[in-house]
Design a protein around this ligand. Structure first.
Ligand code: SAH
Length: 220
């Protein structure tokens, strides 16, 4: 039988291209097998526009409309690995649902994912997509007032998928003692990826590497 490109232009080549991506992630220093398995499990081609689906397993960020991007797989893996380094997490908050891809990766690794998005069309599309793909432990909300989702706080992990110039105190407050937050911090074009830990006394900060994210918008 001739391999046909079935749903959304991916079809039978996807297993091979996905494995190639996983090897690239390993080569770039991702070693947590749980994280690699989660990236293997999530069909990234279903989180982007059909026209870009053939590039879904390249290690690159891609546009998702409204001036936003689905993060590079390496960055998704790196942030997820950093967040999970302290052990299993139960409740994780993500800022910036975007396509829903990062939330889907987290869904396989933690009990409940709460994710907020400030752009309504992306929020609705992300919620629908996650529901249709069967990610029942992901809860999606429009971020209309303030930052995060305080009603479900505290979280033992927070992942920020857009860059604030400084970490908002109102977001740090939603982190449980012993919890980890991973976020890009800085101005446009380049930020440092930070791992923040909340201790009984306060917060410790660790710098991981330089990254390039869309800005976190705090206009409400
Ligand atoms: N995690 C996404 C990528 C998100 S890109 C994925 O896997 O596809 C960053 C997203 O953060 C954008 O969609 C942007 O609209 C959103 N964003 C920016 N500021 C925000 C805020 N204050 N609250 C919630 N979402 C925000």
């Amino acid at each position: 039988m001739t391999p046909v490109n079935t749903r959304r232009g991916i079809g039978m080549t996807s297993a091979r291209t996905r494995e190639r991506l996983l090897q690239q992630l390993r080569d770039e220093g991702i070693h947590d097998e749980r994280v690699l398995q989660a990236l293997r499990d999530v069909p990234r081609h279903l989180f982007i526009d059909e026209a870009l689906a053939s590039r879904a397993y390249e290690n690159t960020a891609l546009p998702i409309g409204y001036g936003q991007t689905i993060s590079q797989p390496y960055i998704v893996a790196r942030m997820t690995e950093a967040l999970l380094a302290g052990g299993r997490l139960h409740r994780v908050l993500e800022i910036g649902t975007g396509s829903g891809y990062q939330a889907a990766v987290l869904a396989g690794l933690v009990d409940e994912v709460y994710t907020v998005e400030r752009l309504e069309p992306l929020m609705k599309q992300g919620r629908k997509r996650l529901r249709e793909l069967g990610y029942r432990n992901v809860h999606v909300k429009l971020s209309a007032v303030g930052i995060g989702w305080p009603q479900h706080a505290p979280y033992d992990g927070i992942l920020v998928a857009a860059a604030p110039v400084e970490l908002p105190a109102a977001l740090l407050e939603q982190l449980a003692p012993g919890g980890f937050l991973v976020a890009p911090v800085g101005g446009p074009a380049m930020q440092e990826l930070r791992l923040v830990r909340r201790t009984e006394e306060g917060f410790t900060h660790e710098r991981l590497e330089l990254v390039n994210f869309v800005p976190l918008i705090l206009d409400n």
